[in-house]
Design a protein. Structure first.
Lengths: 155, 773
């Protein structure tokens, strides 16, 4: 066990955990955050995605020790129900989910891409989303929400 | 469905927990004290059914709070399909109050009416017609108008109601609010079976595209799924499933995890093995480390020849759905006879989040937070698993990730309950991806033989269908916890398989599994429930014991049967050079099914001509279109789809470019919610038609993660999807969550044939299968 300091959504948290623990477990269990979710534990679906040092990463495959010193942003760190981030607002406006379990990975993966490359083409968006799964198959609305956000970023 | 009285199950639940409901309502603003046992007398002996008994007391459904807001109670749960919002609209509509003044409480065995299982596209038919929640709303509105009539000294027909205020039509200043009439008090009346629902033409809240209530919280990461439930003192469990099918425990070496960080207990119950630890990561590490010796297990039938194994299985349960007893003679006298065999694989629910539950079992009482679709039946099933009385079990629904049928939600609820009982503390369990996928109750494989006779004019005169499908377990209901893996491992047998052959003659018509094609009359005795014109018909089904767990997966059997029927119809149309739409219409009799076929064809700008298209080439990319249709479950939603595809004949890759779906589910409660369901169902169907297939080797399932079971990723080529809603304000509400997925495989297969002349008869339509075609 080791005491580690994590910067999550602008706040520093001190946690006492096995340093090999995947970041996801610390965020969802020790810090009770609801954004990142355990989908597969294998880095294959995207549900656990967080933004770590500006990059979308799979927190189920990221040892907590490697997240020390970097800013971690989770879905709840983007915006609130009252003041959603523009990409969250796009998903709400498009009603772009069904069960909503995967939407954490969808939003953060798309946001990470578009923050780095605001002019990303449809093909580039498609490529970035190729490792993200939605089993309700709400793809059409999700892609439409991502495009809507992308247009706002470009503008 | 008509409202009935309490089941013993629901009776016991309310007896046991009426205080908690009372205290809840007190804190929520309404003082409900109206539950007395006399109202429930004489109701013993009613088993909790599929849709549950509901409740005939208005107060069980609706309370007007002191501030005039409304609390409503439902036993049909939100699964991600928008039902919570639609039911909230329903209550607001019937009571004539604003949408945001209604708070809906869903699926808690101590608070909400027992409505059985939320499944089978039955929630709309159950709660939106002339019974249950809809009837409760109508009863409450009429009761309030009666009270207002007395208070305002005016006949009811001279009153109008808006936003919870009743006023005189002639003098709006003479008014009284719901809160003044009854706020904080009970109605104390039964549901009025003659209460009139507001007609869809009067709707102001229903019928509108109201945004879903949960979505802002979901999009901002604050929504509470069952995965997020945290209880003080909660521990974490991880199960250790057998390594191969049929293996049983020889020995568990508990010393192998001695000293592992956080380990609280190794729990063994017959062949159920698990570890409880303080933290989830510790539980996982210990479960991986625990040394368990298992027996070798059983030898599985080879996957390559599985469909022959199914067909040749000697232990079968046989049934005729229809049998006019003239099929063989009609085939004998037909001008042309067609035959084909269609194959469908096992597929999985494959929920995006592995299943999770939290249980707190202490002092002989159990509380569960579960994403089960069967909240009420689970009371009994968990009671059996724990060996405690059902009245000591409370199940509270919390949403999981989309389930599409019986995913791991039931089994993981038993996992959590067993572990909590073993340690005497609350325990949360979330399955690993492999434990979810390798042991869930799969959607079933099918082998389907089709045969038809056509006369000299090209009209089908007889249709003969014979199917084989495997079964093991399924929904546990209240009495069969052994129908899912945890219950089985803990010592409960699955529901017994009752072989029966030969099949008895059918005694009544039902097409719940869409075993009967749309083009026959569906006559059994004097009753004809089919949608088509062909009078000579036989449908014989064989159920076979499955080597794997099976259970309902979105459009169970309906999708598989519809794939075979609608592909075969297309084959016949092509063989006699008829346009696929025109040929279908020629054999259909049901005007609503005819209308959705026409609506889909029109919206798709359907080109009338036979398939395949003219001038086929054997290389390069070719395009084609196909159609299919269904009356889901024989009475629960009309749907037709046109698919447009590109087929790369060199690689064998099929790309779906466009799907046009026409749907008729009666009056539309929420058009945007309906479109969302149709779009998702359509694309789910694409994933299942093109990609999804459970695989196994001689001993075990080999589809256990997203690399070994590949669905359609978000970055895949996604077709344009267009939805046409055929609104029927004067009809009854039908289901809409499973119609679109049912028709996709056939529509795509028919489009591939149109493009290339190659007929695909085995799902999924992989490049290899296309190239072998």
């Amino acid at each position: 066990m080791a005491v580690l300091n994590l910067k999550v959504n602008g706040r520093t948290h001190s946690v006492d955990v096995d340093s090999a623990t995947p970041l996801l477990y610390v965020l969802s269990d020790d810090l009770a955050l609801r954004g990142p979710k355990f989908g597969c534990g294998l880095g294959q679906c995207g549900s656990c995605t967080v933004i770590l040092g500006g990059q979308a990463v799979r927190s189920c495959q990221t040892p907590v020790s490697s997240a020390v010193g970097s800013e971690i942003t989770t879905l709840e760190g983007l915006g609130t129900i009252e003041k959603p981030h523009p990409i969250q607002k796009a998903f709400i406006d498009e009603q772009a989910m069904q069960c909503g379990f995967c939407v954490n990975g969808v939003i953060l993966t798309a946001k990470s891409l578009l923050d780095r490359n605001p002019k990303a083409s449809d093909a580039q968006i498609q490529q970035a989303m190729s490792g993200v799964l939605c089993r309700c198959h709400a793809h059409v609305r999700m892609l439409s929400a991502i495009r809507k956000y992308a247009q706002g970023v470009k503008a | 469905m008509k409202p009935r009285d309490f089941s013993p199950d629901a009776f016991a639940a309310l007896e046991a927990t009426v205080m908690s409901r009372r205290s809840f309502l007190t804190t929520s603003g309404a003082l409900i004290v109206g539950f007395n046992t006399q109202q429930r007398a004489g109701t013993q002996g009613v088993a909790p059914g599929f849709n549950g008994p509901g409740n005939n007391r208005l107060d069980a459904w609706i309370a007007i709070n002191a501030d005039g807001s409304v609390t409503a109670y439902t036993g049909k749960c939100e699964l991600g399909h928008g039902l919570f919002t639609a039911q909230t609209q329903l209550v607001a509509e019937e009571l004539c109050v604003p949408f945001n003044r209604v708070k809906l409480i869903q699926c808690d065995t101590s608070m909400t009416p027992d409505q059985g299982t939320t499944s089978g596209a039955q929630s709309h038919p159950t709660n939106f017609n002339e019974a249950n929640l809809a009837l409760a709303g109508a009863t409450a509105r009429e009761a309030l108008l009666q009270q207002a009539s007395v208070r305002l000294d005016a006949p009811v027909d001279q009153l109008s109601v808006k936003d919870g205020v009743v006023s005189l039509k002639s003098d709006a200043s003479r008014k009284v609010t719901y809160a003044e009439l009854i706020g904080g008090k009970t109605f104390g009346i039964a549901l009025n079976r003659t209460a009139k629902r507001r007609h869809p033409r009067e709707w102001t809240v229903l019928g509108k595209p109201v945004p879903r209530i949960e979505i802002p919280a979901m999009a901002t990461g604050t929504f509470e799924y069952v995965h997020n439930v945290r209880v003080p003192g909660m521990l974490h469990g991880q199960v250790v499933r057998p390594p191969v099918v049929g293996a049983t425990v020889v020995n568990v070496d508990e010393s192998s995890v001695q000293g592992s960080p956080g380990v609280v207990k190794v729990v063994i119950k017959k062949n159920f093995v698990a570890v409880v630890a303080e933290k989830p990561w510790q539980a996982l590490q210990a479960a991986n480390k625990l040394k368990v010796t298992w027996t070798p297990g059983t030898t599985l039938p080879p996957q390559a020849t599985f469909h022959d194994w199914l067909r040749n299985n000697k232990s079968t349960r046989d049934a005729f759905t229809v049998n006019s007893k003239d099929v063989d003679s009609r085939i004998g006298s037909a001008a042309k006879v067609f035959k084909a065999t269609y194959l469908y694989p096992y597929q999985m629910h494959g929920s995006i989040g592995s299943s999770c539950a939290v249980a707190d079992v202490q002092s002989g009482k159990a509380t569960l937070w579960s994403a089960t679709q069967a909240v009420y039946p689970m009371k009994n099933a968990v009671a059996s698993v724990l060996g405690i009385p059902a009245e000591n079990v409370r199940v509270m629904y919390r949403m999981g990730s989309g389930c599409y049928g019986i995913n791991g939600a039931d089994t993981v609820s038993y996992d959590a309950a067993i572990l909590s009982q073993a340690v005497g503390k609350p325990v949360r369990v979330q399955l690993t991806r492999k434990d979810e996928m390798a042991w869930e109750n799969y959607g079933v494989a099918f082998t389907i033989d089709q045969r038809a006779g056509v006369d000299a004019d090209g009209t089908i005169t007889t249709w003969d269908c014979e199917t084989w499908s495997p079964t093991l377990g399924g929904r546990p209901g209240g009495n069969n916890p052994g129908n899912v893996v945890t219950g089985f491992l803990a010592g409960f047998a699955p529901a017994p398989f009752a072989a029966r052959s030969p099949a008895p003659d059918p005694t009544s018509y039902g097409n719940g599994s869409n075993a009967v094609p749309s083009y026959v009359t569906g006559c059994v005795g004097n009753q004809c429930g089919g949608t088509g014109k062909i009078a000579s018909q036989r449908v014989l089904t064989h159920t076979v014991p499955s080597p794997f767990w099976t259970g309902p997966l979105r459009s169970p059997a309906r999708l598989q049967n519809t794939f075979a029927h609608e592909s075969f119809m297309d084959e016949i149309a092509a063989a006699i050079k008829q346009d696929p739409v025109a040929y279908r219409l020629k054999h259909l009799n049901d005007p609503r099914l005819i209308d959705v076929v026409k609506a889909a064809a029109k919206a798709a700008n359907w080109e009338t001509r036979p398939s395949p298209r003219q001038g086929l080439r054997r290389t390069g990319i070719e395009s084609g279109r196909g159609i299919s249709c269904v009356l889901y479950e024989g009475d629960n939603g009309y749907c037709s789809m046109v698919a447009e595809v590109d087929v790369n004949q060199d690689s064998g890759v099929i790309t779906v470019k466009r799907l046009v779906v026409a749907n008729d589910c009666g009056p539309v409660s929420n058009p945007d919610g309906l479109r969302n369901q149709l779009e998702g169902g359509a694309l789910h169907g694409v994933s299942r038609a093109l990609l999804e297939e459970v695989t196994w080797d001689s001993q075990k399932i080999t589809s256990f993660d997203w690399k070994t079971y590949r669905p359609l990723a978000l970055g895949a080529n996604v077709p344009k999807i267009e939805t046409v809603l055929v609104d029927r304000p004067d009809a009854e509400a039908m289901g809409a969550g499973e119609t679109a997925v049912t028709v996709v495989a056939a529509a795509i297969g028919n489009a591939v044939f149109d493009a290339t002349g190659i007929r695909l008869r085995q799902v999924p339509f992989t490049p290899e299968r296309f190239k072998a075609g």
